[in-house]
Design a protein around this ligand. Structure first.
Ligand code: S3P
Length: 199
């Protein structure tokens, strides 16, 4: 029932990532936001390993809570109902212990979910170029919003609608076409800068 990302894949952080994460102790959950294909799950899992924190994929948690896959929730109950479940699950997760949370692309766009994340998490927008997003989403056909004749046009529309909102995240990190560990390293550096400023 779960998506492949939910498997308990163990990721051993590289020496470089370990060094970048040394003594870094986020006081709140680190929530990755951004469009489908930005790498939130892969980067999140590696980030969690480097920080020695638990990793949670919000979509997997929603799917587990509903006993249905994300496409089933969308087709049986519609997007509004999915957003309601997403809001509830993220609210529950954000009252729990500090972890790294990969959120679905629309979570930060929902006004109430965003307010919760601003209050209780450190939000990081993983920003990737359109071509990179498209190449990554082509690998998986289970995203209801992209089950359209022209998924690239959908993505372009989402970029126009959502980028101004993602830009409200606490931190913005570019995630390019290169290895995911480059983005993980960039997130760790951004996080260190942020926590030093807050201290
Ligand atoms: C969505 C993104 C998906 C999933 C759902 C809706 C969105 O998550 O939550 O299909 O609105 O952008 P990913 O960003 O992990 O693909």
């Amino acid at each position: 029932m779960n998506r492949p990302e939910s498997s308990e894949e163990r990721v051993e952080p590289s020496a470089e990532l370990r060094r970048l994460a040394q003594d870094l102790k986020p006081p709140r959950t680190v929530a990755l936001v951004g469009l489908m294909g930005a790498g939130k799950t892969t980067v999140g899992r590696r980030l969690a390993a480097a920080l020695q924190l638990p990793f949670v994929d919000a979509d997997v948690a929603i799917s587990e809570a509903a006993g249905r896959t994300i496409p089933e929730i969308f087709s049986e109950h519609g997007e509004d109902e999915f957003r309601r479940g997403e809001r509830q699950v993220i609210a529950r997760l954000l009252t729990g212990p500090v972890h790294v949370l990969a959120t679905g692309g629309g979570a930060f766009i929902d006004t109430r979910t965003r307010a919760l994340m601003k209050e209780r998490a450190i939000s990081i927008w993983l920003k990737a170029p359109l071509d990179v997003l498209m190449k990554r989403v082509e690998k998986r056909g289970d995203r209801p919003l992209l089950q359209q004749d022209d998924p690239r046009a959908v993505m372009e529309r989402l970029i126009a609608e959502r980028y101004p909102i993602y830009s409200e995240a606490d931190l913005i990190v570019e995630s390019s076409s290169g290895p995911h560990n480059i983005a993980v390293a960039a997130v760790l550096e951004a996080l260190r800068g942020h926590l030093t400023k807050q201290a």
